[in-house]
Design a protein around this ligand. Sequence first.
Ligand SMILES: Nc1nc2c(ncn2[C@@H]2O[C@H](COP(=O)(O)OP(=O)(O)OP(=O)(O)O)[C@@H](O)[C@H]2O)c(=O)[nH]1
Ligand SMILES: [Mg+2]
Length: 381
Amino acid sequence: MSQIKTKINKLIAFAIFVILIFYFSSSSTTNSTIATKDDKINKSSQFKKQQTNPKFQKKVKATFVTLARNNDLWELLESIQSLEDRFNHKFGYDWVFLNDEPFSEEFIYETTKSISGETKYGVIPFDYWSTPIWIDTDKAEAARQDMKERNIIYGDSLSYRYMCRFESGFFFRHPYLDDYDYYWRVEPSVKFYCDIDYDIFQFMQDNDMEYGFTIALHEYIETIPTLWDTTKEFISKNPKVLAKDNSLDLISDDNGETYNLCHFWSNFEIGKLEFLRSKTYRSYFDYLDKSGGFFYERWGDAPIHTIAAALFLDKEKIHFFDDIGYYHGPFTSCPIKEEIRTKGRCSCNPRDDITFDSYSCMEKYYEFRGLEKPAELEKYQ
Ligand SMILES: Nc1nc2c(ncn2[C@@H]2O[C@H](COP(=O)(O)OP(=O)(O)OP(=O)(O)O)[C@@H](O)[C@H]2O)c(=O)[nH]1
Ligand SMILES: [Mg+2]
């Protein structure tokens, strides 16, 4: 009898042990949120640093934001290291990572330890990363095939289109962005070449800026043949959305008849979220989205953000950061003003600066804003 009792006791002890192991292994996971079809996001599973370093007295509600795949990790760490070393170690701003699938433990571990602020890892809801029901998928497939034959960059990629649509209309709607007023977009394999010793977000806030950029280029017309006509349709139906002191003459050389393809290169972007969250921007995006151009053509988020900023914001709200040395292949924005180079200990070659090259739109920008070109230009051209 006592032998049976001992056996039962051992069995119970073993069962409790198994239950405890199971409980602790599932509750200690730091996995990211799971995509759901109805946009609900499981906030409780976000991964945060235990403590924000008390030395950071952040006054502005701002975050870096990066869309990335798990296999972008190592290229992304280069970007993080560069930005932390040149800027963020002094300020400790947060970093939100977004992905169309859950982030790996390795991704979370490696990025968290490199970042001075809090880190958050979100999965993108299904509706933000899929083909909407109003899209004719055969037509979209045919468009991809056609662009492939014409060798248009990323022309045959559906995921690239999801990325462009997401960056155009959805990243700022992810609940992890709700805590912030400003964002700074960062991509894998970018470099920052100069020390930034002032708080950029504070600068944006104090000067009432809504959009900041470092590089402006011309878009490939093959990717956006009907974007401007669709924009004109939207404006004619909603004429009040135009800002009084807009930048139409920056993006059009014929008073709005055609788009001159100038766009701020959106792999670097510092912006005020209120602008993207506004009714104007959202209805513009919805109008574009309904027209299907993300799928039947290959509209990029850069021309869309640019057109919106140029038309819906007063021109003083847009800022060119001439003091941020920046690289995203294949282009470099390298400050050429001696004063900036010395103060920022810039490590880029000023001869690589794209600002006044022919691919760039900055001649036009300087002329439009009445800016004086740097005296050092002669030396390096
Ligand atoms: N999660 C996820 N992120 C993506 C996907 N495609 C692109 N991204 C991210 O979206 C951003 C833009 O993609 P890129 O491939 O850099 O696009 P690009 O800058 O136009 O092209 P590159 O010249 O190749 O850099 C990057 O931060 C990528 O990591 C995807 O399918 N899933
Ligand atoms: Mg890129």
